[in-house]
Design a protein around this ligand. Structure first.
Ligand SMILES: N[C@@H](CCC(=O)N[C@@H](CS)C(=O)NCC(=O)O)C(=O)O
Length: 342
């Protein structure tokens, strides 16, 4: 496997002192008015994800919370990339049954042969043409919450409420810089100083977030928002991969009572934990990043049973879905296999 696989991040600059995540190359948006040529339409697109990937997992959670499963069908890749990147080896015959392709790279090629920036998930693919539409994970969930509104289920929460957008934007920016991407900067650092700066940033921010969440159930307002989804996807991976593999080991998530309870509360909320596959997460990080883990041995721990224990956060109040309701059961065929659950 080459450098791309050893970092697992197609756009990273391995070999330099600092890990850099470049912008998504395909930033078209699927919108209600179709201004980029991609109108919201039920069944027109396929969402390609890896359950291992924190950026893709945001979209998987939003899709469930908003009830977009029928409107935006999903393809789950093998957590282990090969030299051609993400592949559909979990599907019969190794092909995605709808797109008919073996590698996600084929959709990228169909859109722009030889495009720079690597092949990343999440990716939205236009089913009829087989062409990639977007891999802009930052915008994707915001668009699912707002532009796809006509196709939301009844009782879907407002994940990006207009009156709270400034605050959400501010929180997610800090969380992205120090936490979501901070763990990657620590894990892929190739110099001591770089690693230490990232490590300090991760734990400084986690401490602030822990303080913020001590008295309030959710990050912004009193309902689940985009901000909680983005913090959750890093927290749920913390002890399984970031603490050991990425050397973010000042303490474990389970050693911060507030953040651990907050993460468990979300994990146990329909739409969050039922999308998480710890088996995919561990195998992806420990087997793909050979530069960090040359033996590719996947650790057996940590013990996951704590994720299902009571968290006591109901006492803080909050209305998880606001005036809406939780999503129903996971769609048939989309259940996380037993190997990936506590
Ligand atoms: N790097 C992507 C963000 C999403 C991302 O980094 N996804 C990872 C998986 S967590 C990926 O697909 N990396 C490409 C690879 O590993 O080849 C982008 O800038 O658009």
């Amino acid at each position: 496997m080459g450098d791309t696989k050893s970092t697992g991040e197609g756009n990273s600059a391995l070999g330099k002192k600092s890990f850099k995540r470049s912008k998504s190359h395909f930033a078209d948006r699927v919108t209600a008015d179709g201004r980029d040529g991609w109108p919201v339409a039920a069944g027109r697109y396929r969402l390609v994800v890896s359950r291992a990937c924190p950026w893709a997992s945001r979209a998987v959670i939003s899709r469930r919370l908003l009830g977009l499963e029928e409107a935006l069908p999903m393809a789950v890749t093998d957590p282990i990339q090969d030299d051609r990147s993400w592949r559909f080896t979990l599907d019969p015959g190794g092909r995605d049954p709808v797109l008919g392709i073996r590698y996600l790279a084929e959709a990228y090629e169909a859109r722009e042969p030889g495009a720079p920036g690597g092949v990343s998930v999440p990716a939205v693919v236009d089913v009829a043409s087989g062409r990639l539409v977007t891999n802009d994970y930052q915008q994707l969930t915001l668009d699912l919450a707002t532009e796809w509104r006509d196709l939301h289920r009844e009782g879907a929460p407002d994940l990006y409420p207009e009156g709270l957008r400034d605050e959400i934007d501010e929180v997610v920016e800090e969380v992205y810089e120090d936490v979501n991407n901070g763990v990657y900067r620590a894990g892929f650092a190739t110099g001591q100083e770089e690693y230490e700066a990232a490590y300090e940033g991760v734990f400084r921010r986690l401490e602030l977030l822990s303080g913020r969440l001590a008295e309030r159930r959710y990050l912004v307002g009193d309902t689940i928002t985009e901000a909680d989804i983005r913090l959750f996807t890093t927290l749920v991976r913390f002890d399984a991969v970031y603490h050991g593999h990425f050397k973010c080991n000042r303490h474990k998530l389970t050693e911060d009572p507030v953040l651990w309870a907050y993460a468990r509360d979300l994990y146990q909320t329909p739409g969050f934990g039922d999308t998480v596959d710890f088996d995919h997460i561990k195998r992806h990080y420990y087997q793909v990043h050979e530069g960090i883990n040359p033996t590719r041995i996947v650790p057996l721990g940590p013990d996951l049973s704590g994720w299902l224990t009571s968290h006591g956060r109901e006492e803080l109040g909050g209305r998880p879905f606001g005036d809406g309701s939780p999503p129903g059961p996971v769609r048939e065929g989309e259940e996380v296999p037993a190997a990936g659950r506590p």
